[in-house]
Ligand binder design. Structure first.
Ligand SMILES: Cc1cc2nc3c(=O)[nH]c(=O)nc-3n(C[C@H](O)[C@H](O)[C@H](O)COP(=O)(O)OP(=O)(O)OC[C@H]3O[C@@H](n4cnc5c(N)ncnc54)[C@H](O)[C@@H]3O)c2cc1C
Length: 541
C-alpha cells in the first residue's frame, strides 16, 4: 500500500512497523542442508534458490486467482513461481494410518464413499469408477459455480458486494451445511481439507460466507483444468511445450463449458516463490525507497475527529531510543494492523467502530520448522513434498493435530535426504485459548529477531503427533504460533457487519483509511478476515 501511494505521487509516505522487518506474516527463513544461509546471485545475476532454500513460516502459496501478487512478482522482477508436484494424503481412506494416497486417489475414494452412502447420485451410464468420479466432480463444481454466481454475484477473490436478505438467508449456515443442503457432497471431502488447510477454519464450523469467498469459481475452474491436464500428461509427453500449449487452450475451453467460472489457462493451481514470499515486500520497500520506521510502539493515534481538516496525530516510541516519545502529524492514515486491536492504539474509536471490531474473532495457525528422519509414505519418496492429513481437518475436536507438512528443500532443491530432513509442520486451533493461555492474546507478532514467543503446549502436541506417526529423531528448530484469520461470526454476517465496516472506509468518521481507500484498491485484499491491505504496517502520509 505504501508503495502504491508512492507510485501515485504521494511524496511523504511513512510506514510505522512494530517489528524490525517488513513482510508481516510473510516470513521466510533461508537454510541450506545444515544451517541458515543467504540466497546470493551468480555471475549471470541468477539467484541460487536450490542450495539455500526458502522455508516459508507464514504466507506460502499463490493459486491461479492471485493476479495481484503475480503482477507484483513480475513488477519487482523476482524469480517466477514453481509448482510443487505431488501430495501425500493421509486419511481413513488409505490402507492405514501410516500410509498415504495421492490427491487423485483420495478425492476418488471420498467420492466413491459418498456414492456408496447414497449421498452422491451418478447416472446409469457411469459404470466405471473413473466415470463415476468424473461425473460427480464435474456436476458438483458446475453446480457450485452456478449457485456461487447467483448468491455472491460476479466476484473473483475480492470483497463481495453487500448481499440481499434473500441471499444472506441462503448462506445462513456453516460451509459444510451449505455444501450438503445444496447437494454438493462430492466437494465436501476435497474442501474439508482444501479450506481448512489454509487456516481459514473447519468447514464444519466456519460460516458459509467465508467458504464461498475463498473457494471462488475461478479457483475451482483452475482445479478442474489441473486435474484434466495431469491425466493428459500421463498419456502424452509432459515436457513438450507445443503439446502443453495446445492442451492448455483446449482444456481451458472444455473446462469453461463443463463447469463455468472464468480462469486463465491453468496447468497447476498452487505455486510457490523460490526466493521466498517475504522478498516481495522487502524488495518493494527497497526499490521504492520507502521510509520504514521499525521497532515502533504506538502509544496513541488521535484522528482529531472533531475537526475534518485536522491532521492525524500519532505518538510512538522506537526501539532504537525507547525513552524518546515521537509526536507526528499526518494527513491521513491507513490502518493495516488487525482491527480487533485498534482500541489499544486508536484513542478515538467511535461507538460504531468499537461495536464492529469487538465482534472479530481469530484462530491460531502454528508453523514449526524442524528436522527428522524421512516420514513413511511421504518424504521417503521422490515428488511428494507436501503432506495433508485430511481427517485432522474435520473439526475443532482435531485442534492442534499435525495436519500438514512441507519439504521445501525437495520443492526448490530436489533434495531427498535419507537421514535428517528439514521440514515445516502445521497445526491449527479454533479454540486456541483453551489450548494454551499464552495464545489468548491475539496481538502477537514476531519479535525483533524474526522469532516468535513459542507455545510449549503446541510444541508438546506437535511432538506427540509426530511420535504417533512414527516419525523419528525429531529436533524442533523454531515455532511460530500465529494469531490468524480475524473473521466475523455468522450472526454478524447475517446483520451485514462486514459491509458496514467496508462502507465505513469512506467515512471521515471512520478510520482515516476511509478517506482514501477506493474500491479498486480492494482488489489487493486476500480473504484473510477483514485485512484492508496486504502490504504491512501502518502507512501514513
Ligand atoms: C502460517 C501461515 C500460512 C499462510 N499461508 C498463506 C498462503 O499460502 N497464501 C496466502 O495468500 N496467504 C497465506 N497466509 C495469510 C497471509 O500471510 C496474510 O493474509 C497476510 O500476511 C495479511 O497481510 P496483512 O498486511 O494484512 O497483515 P500482516 O502480514 O500480519 O502484517 C501486519 C503488519 O503490521 C504490523 N503491526 C501489527 N500491529 C502493529 C502495531 N500496533 N504497530 C505497528 N505495526 C503493527 C505487523 O508487525 C506486521 O508487519 C498465511 C498466513 C500464515 C500465518
Amino acid at each position: 500500500m505504501a508503495s502504491r501511494l508512492a507510485q501515485l505521487g504521494y511524496t511523504k509516505v511513512t510506514v510505522l512497523e512494530r517489528t524490525d522487518r517488513v513482510g508481516g506474516k510473510s516470513l521466510t527463513l533461508y537454510r541450506n542442508f545444515t544451517s541458515e544461509c543467504v540466497q546470493s546471485e551468480d555471475q549471470n545475476g541468477e539467484v541460487d534458490t536450490s542450495s539455500c532454500v526458502a522455508h516459508e513460516m507464514g504466507t506460502c502459496f499463490l493459486h491461479n486467482g492471485y493476479h495481484t501478487i503475480r503482477a507484483l512478482v513480475q513488477e519487482y522482477d523476482l524469480k517466477y513461481v514453481v509448482a510443487p508436484e505431488g501430495r501425500a494424503m493421509f486419511s481413513h481412506y488409505a490402507a492405514d494410518q501410516w500410509h498415504a494416497q495421492s490427491m487423485h486417489d483420495f478425492v476418488s475414494a471420498s467420492i466413491m464413499d459418498g456414492i456408496k452412502q447414497k449421498k452422491i447420485k451418478v447416472p446409469f451410464w457411469a459404470v466405471t469408477e473413473k466415470l463415476k468420479v468424473l461425473h460427480a466432480l464435474i456436476s458438483a463444481v458446475s453446480k457450485y459455480n452456478q449457485i456461487h454466481k447467483a448468491i455472491m454475484g460476479e466476484i473473483e477473490f475480492s470483497m463481495p458486494s453487500r448481499m440481499s436478505a434473500e441471499s444472506l438467508n441462503k448462506i445462513n449456515m456453516t460451509f459444510l451445511e451449505f455444501l450438503e443442503t445444496n447437494d454438493m457432497h462430492a466437494l465436501s471431502g476435497f474442501l474439508m481439507f482444501a479450506h481448512a488447510a489454509q487456516g481459514y477454519g473447519y468447514v464444519k464450523t466456519i460460516p458459509a460466507f467465508y467458504g464461498l469467498w475463498w473457494i471462488s469459481p475461478e479457483l475451482l475452474n483452475g482445479y478442474v483444468q489441473m486435474s484434466f491436464r495431469q491425466q493428459l500428461e500421463r498419456i502424452s509427453n509432459p515436457d513438450s511445450k507445443y503439446l502443453q500449449a495446445l492442451r492448455g487452450r483446449w482444456v481451458h475451453d472444455l473446462t469453461w463449458l463443463l463447469v463455468g467460472g472464468s480462469a486463465n489457462v491453468v496447468q497447476r493451481t498452487t505455486t510457490m516463490l523460490p526466493e521466498g514470499y517475504q522478498k516481495i515486500w522487502t524488495t518493494m520497500a527497497k526499490k521504492d525507497a520507502l521510509d520504514v520506521r521499525s521497532g515502533v510502539e504506538i502509544q496513541g493515534i488521535d484522528r482529531q475527529l472533531h475537526d475534518p481538516a485536522a491532521p492525524v496525530r500519532i505518538t510512538y516510541t522506537q526501539s532504537s531510543d525507547p525513552t524518546k516519545v515521537v509526536k507526528e502529524d499526518y494527513e491521513f492514515l491507513i490502518y493495516s494492523g488487525p482491527h480487533a486491536h485498534a482500541h489499544k492504539y486508536v484513542k478515538d474509536l467511535v461507538p460504531q467502530e468499537e461495536a464492529i471490531f469487538s465482534r472479530l474473532k481469530s484462530f491460531v495457525l502454528a508453523t514449526t520448522i524442524y528436522q527428522s528422519d524421512p516420514v513413511l509414505d511421504y518424504t521417503d519418496k521422490a515428488e511428494v513434498p507436501i503432506m495433508y492429513s485430511a481427517d485432522k481437518m474435520s473439526g475443532p475436536e482435531q485442534d492442534g493435530a499435525w495436519y500438514a507438512d512441507r519439504y521445501d528443500s525437495n520443492i526448490f532443491g530436489n533434495e531427498l535426504a535419507t537421514g535428517m530432513q528439514t521440514r515445516v509442520g502445521y497445526q491449527f486451533y479454533e479454540n486456541f485459548c483453551e489450548a494454551d493461555e499464552m495464545l489468548c492474546d491475539t496481538d502477537r507478532t514476531p519479535n525483533r529477531k524474526n522469532r516468535m514467543d513459542e507455545s510449549l503446549e503446541v510444541l508438546d502436541k506437535f511432538r506427540e503427533e509426530l511420535r504417533e506417526q512414527r516419525v523419528e529423531n525429531v529436533r524442533v528448530l523454531r515455532q511460530y504460533p500465529w494469531p490468524y484469520f480475524h473473521h466475523f461470526p455468522n450472526s454478524a454476517i447475517m446483520e451485514g457487519v462486514p459491509w458496514d465496516l467496508f462502507d465505513m472506509q469512506d467515512l471521515g468518521s471512520g478510520l482515516r483509511a476511509g478517506s482514501i481507500l477506493r474500491r479498486n484498491w480492494i482488489e489487493a485484499i486476500r480473504p484473510g478476515g477483514l485485512v484492508l491491505v496486504h502490504a504491512s504496517s501502518l502507512s501514513t502520509t
